[in-house]
Design a protein around this ligand. Structure first.
Ligand SMILES: Cc1ncc(C[n+]2csc(CCOP(=O)(O)OP(=O)(O)O)c2C)c(N)n1
Ligand SMILES: [Mg+2]
Length: 583
């Protein structure tokens, strides 16, 4: 306990009273609950909190912008099942962190945004305080839960509630408002100690009902063309061996969603990734495990699923394994919902399967294998080409080899083409190693995720970034250098958003809205802070630079020059652009 001793100005025989304060109670409450890292940006009123937290043995990672600290916290939450903590100042700092909080809620990442706030009575009367804003009200609709603590004695409860809200059930972002006045409030040390709560079983298991499990297995057993889809919830659950067993014991082909790649190695023979557009419309029973039927799965309907019109349902029946009882039927009918935590649900399914589960019909497996072989051969041919300048394929062919040789490395990924090509070309071999833009397709997660993966995951990080995507968090290369993190950033630089060859249609001097400065030397940004910068125009140069980065573990930025005409609008989701009839 980091209590201070106040020596009362009285006779020496009067015992000093041990007191603590709001600063120390926040730190002690976090430590008591196993929180060891804080991501944030200092300033009024939390500057001293960052100092004291560091002095108390927490790792404090100070960023250049709160949004990046917030993304770092959220992905740390995904990686560890412990809420990631982001600490900000009031009003603008809070708002900067809020995007990351909303993104965490959308992606079901456990995170707590702790923001200092200004004088309550001044804020509530709108009298114009320094950084005045009703933060709690603003955070509420974007967070899974939001709390405020007004008295130091309540800090223990506030932190306990925030932790439970973040990690129990479906995880999400939680906001905790700590007004400036709270921090210096002093409390008797013993009373303070007693007010803290070590949260018991913060994310309790939720056991599925036996009849739900039976219903799901009966449906799955009846399938002629079964398919399993693994979502990021399945990756989060850390039930890797149970999920692997379920896939292998049933022999059912599976598709990993982006952040579930590597739950089983992407090279697994049951992976149907290379035949995705065949298996989705063809499957008759689909079991979703920790995957939602949102836009990333075309809402379970339309052409992707064999429907004719965009809103048409295909003929599939669905099993949905999910921790939220409200998830089923959100887009199409779910015939067999299995509600519980993924680990408990998959264990129950495994128990019900026993040892005599019939393998899926050979025609189904054969048809998938045939398409896979064809598509893999086609991809190999494309990857073998060596155009000049490089295109996404020839650059990512290198990254693919490097990741294969370094399966423990984290792969952070954002951009449009830079994202879609990386996802399909670079195989993952271990769970929770691929960290990307998630449900929202948000640009800006790159350097925050990279810092968290290196600092918390303690492994090499490879960040594959579109040049536009990188720009959203690029200043954090200073943070990467400052903490000397083993991060190798590779910018797939095609001079712009989607591509770099557009012209201003008016012919005037302003560039087109999607293009950037030609031949920008991003690598010099890393050099500016003492890291290694490399300008790579060939696959060989890219390979050498990445190998050296991993060997040395030094912060490195490789500016990989890609053909500026290589990309397509919005990558794989061109169809989501509203297109006007009038051209
Ligand atoms: C926060 C946010 N702002 C804007 C966008 C729109 N957007 C989607 S992808 C993208 C950048 C694509 O360019 P780049 O990262 O260079 O990838 P490329 O396709 O060129 O490889 C942008 C701005 C977004 N997804 N998120
Ligand atoms: Mg680009």
């Amino acid at each position: 306990m980091g209590g201070t001793v106040i020596e009362p100005n009285v006779a020496a025989d009067v015992r000093a009273t041990e007191v603590t304060d709001g600063f120390h109670l926040v730190i002690d409450a976090l430590k008591l609950n196993g929180i060891d890292t804080i991501f944030g940006v200092p300033g009024i009123p939390i500057t001293d909190l960052t100092r004291k937290a560091q002095a108390a043995g927490l790792r404090v990672i100070s960023f250049r912008h709160e949004q990046n600290a917030g993304y770092a916290a959220s992905i740390a939450g995904f990686m560890t099942q412990k809420p990631g903590i982001c600490l900000t100042v009031s009003a603008p700092g809070f708002l900067n962190g809020l995007t990351a909080l909303a993104n965490a809620t959308t992606n079901c990442f456990p995170m707590i945004l702790i923001s200092g706030s200004s004088e309550r009575e001044v804020v509530d009367l709108q009298q114009g305080d320094y950084e005045e804003l009703d933060q709690l009200a603003i955070a509420k609709p974007l967070a899974k839960a939001a709390f405020r603590v007004l008295h130091a004695e309540d800090i223990g409860v506030g932190i306990a509630r925030a932790i439970r809200a973040a990690v129990s059930g479906r995880p999400g972002g939680v906001y905790l408002d700590l007004p400036a006045k709270l921090f210096p409030q002093s409390v008797d040390a013993e009373a303070g100690r007693r007010s803290l709560i070590k949260v018991v079983d913060p994310a309790p298991r939720q056991i599925p009902a036996p009849e739900a499990v039976k219903r799901a297995l009966d449906l799955l057993r009846s399938a002629r063309k079964p398919l399993i889809i693994l979502g990021k919830g399945a990756a989060y659950a850390q039930a890797d061996s149970e999920i692997g067993n379920l896939i292998e014991k049933t022999g059912i082909p599976y598709l990993p969603m982006s952040m579930a790649k590597g739950l089983l190695p992407d090279t697994h023979e049951q992976s149907a990734s290379a035949a995705r557009s065949y298996v989705l419309p063809e499957a008759d029973v689909v079991m979703l495990i920790g995957a939602r039927l949102n836009w990333l799965l075309s809402h379970g309907k339309g052409k992707t699923w064999g429907g004719t019109a965009p809103k048409d349902w295909g003929g599939q029946k669905f099993v949905q394994v999910d921790i939220s009882p409200q998830e089923a039927d959100s887009n199409v009918r779910i015939d067999a919902p299995v509600v519980g935590d993924i680990g408990s649900c998959v264990s129950a399914l495994l128990a019900g399967i026993g040892s005599a589960w019939p393998r899926p019909p050979a025609e189904w497996l054969g048809a998938i294998a045939e398409r896979k072989t064809k598509n893999v051969a086609k991809m190999a041919e494309t990857l073998a080409k060596n155009p000049s300048p490089m295109n996404f394929h020839s650059a990512l062919n290198v990254v693919r080899d490097i990741v294969k040789a370094n399966p423990d490395a984290y792969l952070v990924n954002e951009g449009a083409n830079a994202l879609d090509f990386t996802r399909s070309i670079v195989d993952m071999y271990k769970p929770r190693k691929r960290l990307d833009v998630g449900t929202w397709g948000v640009m800006g997660i790159g350097m925050g995720f990279a810092v968290a993966a290196a600092a918390v995951g303690k492994q090499q990080v490879i960040a594959i970034e579109g040049d536009s995507a990188f720009g959203f968090s690029g200043m954090e290369v200073e943070t990467i250098c400052r903490y000397n993190l083993p991060v190798c950033v590779v910018i797939l630089n095609n001079n712009g958003v989607y591509r770099g060859d557009e012209k201003n249609l008016t012919g005037a001097a302003d560039p087109a809205p999607l293009v950037f400065v030609k031949d920008a030397r991003y690598e010099k940004l890393m050099e500016a802070f003492g890291g290694v910068g490399v300008h790579a125009t060939t696959p060989d140069a890219l390979r050498k630079a990445m190998e050296e980065a991993i060997r040395s573990r030094r912060p490195t930025l490789v500016n990989a020059i890609i053909d500026e005409g290589a990309g397509t609008e919005s990558g794989r989701i061109t169809n989501l652009n509203p297109s006007a009839k009038k051209k």
